[in-house]
Ligand binder design. Structure first.
Ligand code: NAP
Ligand code: MG
Length: 500
């Protein structure tokens, strides 16, 4: 047995190169190639090398997957199962995922460039926990008996919707997918998942393991492919619900596709430009500074909740920035398979160029405090230094648009009202944070911030499943996580029985 101490860079490199990657679509209990044989290259951002040829799902594969999901749903092999049995199957699946945790972590790291220290401690355990959490709810959550006239019995029940499509991004490939498929499957639906073309490998593996654990054929299908495959799902007449995590621009298209087709239920978890407000009575400037650095540099800034707008009161600005720049140094990019690496690679060249173009815009409209360069180019991979700009104009592009990279805008304010106004002046409303020692200020500011998650004296806390997660405004609708997420994947039915 390997101990944790032996799992160094060389260990993980050997481990990753020994993986046998089956990157075919998983439809109706089988690994399948595209009917026309189409594949696309899965490139590792660690070094720019191709690590797998992935099935490129087209119309045929999407139709096959939706048909398999429909058939399994109508046959009741999953939806009609005794809830305890459905729970047991998901628990067996979670155990199998745990047995394969190293494999899944390594796949996630080589596919998306995330540090192995994060995939082994956050991404993969988080996804397994999500499966377990919703499995546990299956035989705990029931319906209601409504208080109606004595001659009636009124039942309010929740039923699975049917075929749920999930389209997910690449920043937390398996974790974001699990926030969809775990509650959707727990509620009894059959699922068709389209992972991002930039990070399809763990989703495919997890579907193979679901089948191995006894989840019946057709209940969980994975169709890797491009955005066009996601669009086919959004337009499909036999998909009952689409759950999407990704950009606001694509989210809008998904909603339009639902309107153009069968008015499928549409759940959107979209982008953000979250404000992190440091008031002058911040209880601990050192902790706030290291938290502000992690809020933007963790996961290379590829975070929907990234604290990408740091709002600092003028009186403490200089002192705070000094501490922030020290904290930023602990995010020097390194080899993602090295357990000591805290910052990995940007997911692909498209995202790399996007981040670089924002940095160029920033150089023109703000002053650069640190970073700003591509680094480790000799590796062939895609790495960017942690970058901080002092932005005097809140209307600057880098302070308004979601960059989805390690680029922080520092803005200055003079009063609480000022801070709240700047914070809320955004099309997004995913998350926000405020640092203060005053209990009243903490609650009042929390109430005034228009965002789905508010952190007080912390950032990015809440890794468990109890809290609903999602956005106000153009950060989306609906909520992932918590029992509220189960509701998204059910229809509400009223049944009235006349007794006499
Ligand atoms: P994206 O470009 O919107 O893509 C998301 C998914 O949609 C991918 O699987 C993509 O496939 C697919 N897609 C692209 N075009 C499509 C279309 N016309 N119809 C249907 N599907 C389509 O987003 P991303 O770059 O992967 O992810 C970054 C975004 O996700 C950021 O905006 C981030 O804030 C957001 N995000 C939000 C949350 C949240 O919970 N609110 C969590 C994480 C990320 P391909 O990749 O194959 O093109
Ligand atoms: Mg990849």
């Amino acid at each position: 047995m390997d101990t944790k101490a032996t799992k160094d860079l060389q260990y993980w490199k050997n481990y990753a190169s020994s993986l046998k990657i089956d990157a075919r679509a998983f439809i109706d209990g089988k690994s399948v190639e595209a009917a026309d044989g189409a594949t696309f290259d899965c490139v590792s951002p660690i070094d720019g090398k191709v690590i797998a040829k992935v099935t490129q799902s087209g119309e045929t594969e999407i139709n096959l997957a939706v048909a398999a999901a429909r058939r399994s749903f109508e046959q009741g092999v999953w939806a009609g199962l005794n809830p305890r049995k459905r729970k047991s199957a998901m628990q067996r699946w979670a155990s199998l995922l745990r047995e394969h945790a190293d494999e899944l972590s390594a796949l996630e790291t080589i596919d998306a460039g995330k540090p192995i220290g994060d995939t082994t401690s956050v991404d993969i355990p988080g996804a397994i926990y999500c499966v377990e959490w919703f499995a546990e709810a299956i035989d705990k959550v029931g319906g209601e008996v409504a208080p109606v006239d004595h001659h009636l019995v009124g039942l309010v029940t929740r039923e699975p919707i049917g075929v749920v499509a999930a389209v997910v991004p690449w920043n937390f490939p398996l974790l974001m997918a699990s926030w969809k498929f775990a509650p959707a499957l727990a509620a009894g639906n059959s699922v068709v998942l389209k992972p991002s073309e930039k990070s399809p490998l763990t989703a495919i593996r997890v579907a193979q393991l679901a089948f191995e654990a006894g989840i019946p054929a057709g209940v969980f299908n994975v169709v890797p492919g491009f955005g066009s495959a996601g669009k086919l799902l959004a337009l499909h007449m036999d998909v009952d619900c689409i759950a999407f995590t990704g950009s606001t621009a694509v989210g809008k298209q998904i909603m339009q596709c639902a309107g153009q087709s069968n008015l499928k239920r549409t759940w959107l978890e979209l982008g953000g430009k979250s404000p992190n407000i440091i008031l002058p009575d911040c209880p601990d400037l050192d902790r706030a500074a290291s938290s502000a650095a992690s809020a933007i540099f963790y996961n290379m800034g590829e975070m929907c909740t990234a604290g990408s707008r740091l709002l600092v009161h003028r009186d403490i600005k200089d002192a705070f920035i000094e501490k922030l720049l020290v904290a930023a140094k602990s995010y020097t990019p390194g080899h993602p398979l090295d357990p000591s690496t805290s910052m990995g690679a940007i997911v692909d060249t498209i995202q790399l160029e996007r981040v670089q173009s924002y940095i160029e815009a920033g150089r023109a409209e703000a002053s650069l405090l640190t970073g700003g360069n591509r680094t480790l180019q000799d590796t062939g991979g895609y790495y960017i230094e942690p970058t901080v700009f002092d932005v005097s104009n809140p209307a600057a592009r880098i302070a308004r648009e979601e960059i989805f990279g390690p680029v922080l805008s520092v803005l200055t304010f003079d009063s609480v009202d000022d801070a709240v106004r700047i914070a809320n002046d955004s099309e997004y409303g995913l998350a926000a944070a405020v640092w203060t020692s005053n209990l009243t200020t903490a609650h009042e500011v929390s109430r005034r911030l228009r965002a789905g998650t508010i952190w007080v004296n912390c950032y990015d806390e809440g890794g468990d499943m109890n809290f609903p997660f999602g956005g106000y405004k153009q950060s989306g609708n609906g909520r992932d996580k918590s029992l509220h997420a189960l509701e998204k994947y059910t229809e509400l039915k009223s049944t009235l029985v006349r007794l006499r």
